[in-house]
Write a protein that binds this ligand. Structure first.
Ligand code: DQA
Length: 147
């Protein structure tokens, strides 16, 4: 079973959007390095991005049936979405939350994450490398029988 890697709003603009905060790598670059690392780790990944909350919820529901683990950068929905939190609560596999920037060093409205209340691990402030860090941890966290 694949590890789902889900990305929230505006991350399609990664590389162009506020590069002083988010860096110059694009989301396609992040996907390519995750696919490469997954192969090394004996995992497969399914990588998605959407600007729509319902789409992310639908992918989490799909993951319930089809994934062995989930890595999510909910972007701005991190701070607002009880609906995404509830969808994640319905999942039995490991969930890791990723933020490219250190949300705790930024504006106060970014300090609270609904998703963190159910995530098994959080990576923030390590740039786009955070995705690979989460994936490495996933390789040791997933139940071998569910891969
Ligand atoms: C982000 C941090 C969020 O506060 C912000 O809304 C994003 C990206 C990050 O990866 O650092 O869009 O999740």
């Amino acid at each position: 079973k694949p590890v789902f890697i889900l990305n929230g709003p505006n991350l399609n603009l990664l590389g162009k959007r506020e590069p002083e905060i988010y860096g110059s790598e694009t989301l396609a670059d992040v996907e390519a390095s995750c696919v490469r690392l997954a192969e090394e780790l004996g995992l497969t990944v399914r990588f998605h991005q959407s600007n729509a909350e319902f789409q992310i919820i639908d992918w989490i529901h799909e993951a319930r049936e089809e994934a062995c683990g989930l890595i999510i950068n909910p972007a701005a929905f991190t701070h607002t979405s009880i609906a995404i939190l509830d969808a994640l609560k319905a999942c039995a596999f490991p969930i890791f939350e990723v933020h490219i920037s250190n949300i705790h060093k930024r504006e106060a409205f970014r300090h609270h994450s609904y998703v963190s209340t159910c995530a098994d691990g959080i990576v923030a402030g390590f740039g786009t490398q955070g995705y690979e860090m989460a994936l490495r941890r996933m390789a040791t966290s997933v139940d071998a029988e569910t891969i």
